[in-house]
Design a protein around this ligand. Structure first.
Ligand SMILES: CCCC/C=C/CC(=O)SCCNC(=O)CCNC(=O)[C@H](O)C(C)(C)COP(=O)(O)OP(=O)(O)OC[C@H]1O[C@@H](n2cnc3c(N)ncnc32)[C@H](O)[C@@H]1OP(=O)(O)O
Length: 358
């Protein structure tokens, strides 16, 4: 029996719930989707350096004149095969269930009235994948309701975080790159909103170098402690991108417009001492004693009356919230366009093909 349009639409929804099937299968799905909806490949071949789009074009072009109905059937069959071979435990779980299983990209602990959220991809310098964005949001939501007094974000290994995981850009859905940019902008906006709205004192323990979004959101923390080994780098222009995390507003406010421009437009990397002098960091500790000194300090703070701390935070932050949400929305909208630019695509490809590092 031939797959109907309804079967096809249902397969399109189902595919979003499957665990990542790997790039080869994703290319097949992409090619079949394009063939089923548009017919044989009808766009110019992308340039040789445009690796992702070229791979997609090759996969679509390889289907030649396969009829649309057959492509639709093949798409439905492929998704059905993936669904049945996919272990149900690897599919997206409801929130309560996920909490029970714990986090895959974080280590979250609650002790001494402190909830500690530790980014835990040390081999990848704690680069933030889509999964990690989602898990940090879940962990913050849980921490806002648990009985801890303060919440701390830190990193495992030698880095605090190298920012957005650039391979997030390669996971293009069948609907195309515009859809990817749109969903990434929604994810970014939701992620930053969680920091704007977080109700308890939020502390960053910056254990090593910090890049991109892991730096910009520091302007939304209440206190930032840094190891003397930490650096602060926002190379947005190098990456064809633009500031996020409300930094277009918080950084000029914290350090003045001229210093903020050096960081956000020209990508000047600050040492921990410089970041402290400019007000982005509250205090720098020698790397050798960083953990001991920071946790001793935080344990003392966590004994302060929690309601008083919450209310003080509200008084300090609440009048800015509406403005910060508007800024977050605008920065996310601008970035959605930037992600589609040649400047951004080329910078990401250069990193992924090992031609460039910061
Ligand atoms: C959806 C919301 C989007 C929000 C947007 C936010 C914007 C940003 O955050 S912009 C910042 C993006 N980050 C970068 O551009 C950093 C890229 N990484 C590097 O330049 C270097 O890796 C480094 C300078 C951070 C570290 O260099 P080092 O020589 O010490 O280590 P590596 O061998 O390069 O790294 C080890 C390992 O980790 C992988 N990796 C590190 N950072 C990232 C990253 N940001 N994205 C993806 N992968 C990363 C690196 O490729 C290595 O992987 P392999 O061991 O598999 O080679």
């Amino acid at each position: 029996m031939r797959a109907s349009q309804k079967d096809f639409e249902s397969a399109l929804s189902q595919v979003k719930l499957l665990k990542d099937p790997g790039n080869e299968v994703k290319l097949k799905l992409y090619a079949l989707y394009k063939q089923a909806t548009e017919g044989p490949c009808n766009t110019p071949k992308p340039g040789v350096f445009d690796l992702i789009n070229k791979a997609k074009w090759d996969a679509w072009n390889a289907l030649g004149s396969l009829p649309k109905e057959t492509a639709r059937q093949n798409y439905v069959d492929l998704v059905s095969g993936l669904s049945s071979s996919s272990d149900s435990s690897s599919q997206v779980k409801p929130e309560a269930d996920r909490k029970q299983r714990g986090y895959e990209t974080l280590v979250v602990t609650s002790e001494d009235s402190i909830t500690k959220i530790m980014m835990n991809r040390p081999a990848k310098k704690n680069a933030i994948t889509t999964q990690m964005y989602n898990e940090i949001m879940l962990a913050l939501k849980a921490a806002s309701k648990d009985d801890s007094a303060i919440t701390v974000l830190t990193g495992n290994g030698d880095y605090y975080s190298s920012g957005n995981d650039l391979s997030n850009f390669t996971d293009i859905p069948p609907e195309g790159i515009e859809e990817k940019a749109k969903s990434s902008a929604i994810l970014l906006r939701d992620f930053v909103d969680c920091f704007i709205d977080f109700p308890k004192p939020l502390i960053a323990a910056v254990n090593g170098p910090a890049v991109g979004i892991s730096v910009t959101i520091l302007g939304l923390f209440d206190t930032v402690y840094a190891s003397s080994r930490a650096t602060f780098h926002t190379p947005f222009s190098h990456l064809g991108q633009s500031p996020e995390g409300c930094s277009s507003y918080t950084f000029p406010k914290i350090m003045g417009p001229a210093k903020a421009a050096e960081m956000l437009i020209f990508g000047k990397k600050l040492t921990a001492a410089e970041a402290c002098a400019q007000g982005l960091v509250s205090e720098v500790f020698p790397d050798s004693t960083f953990q001991k000194e920071v946790w001793t300090r935080l344990k003392a703070y966590s004994k302060l009356p929690p309601n008083a701390m919450r209310i003080s935070k509200q008084v300090i932050r609440n009048r800015e919230k509406e403005k910060l949400h508007a800024i977050n929305a605008e920065e996310s909208r601008v970035l959605q366009e930037r992600w589609l630019s040649d400047e951004c695509t080329n910078a990401v490809m250069n990193f992924l093909t090992r031609k460039a590092k910061l």
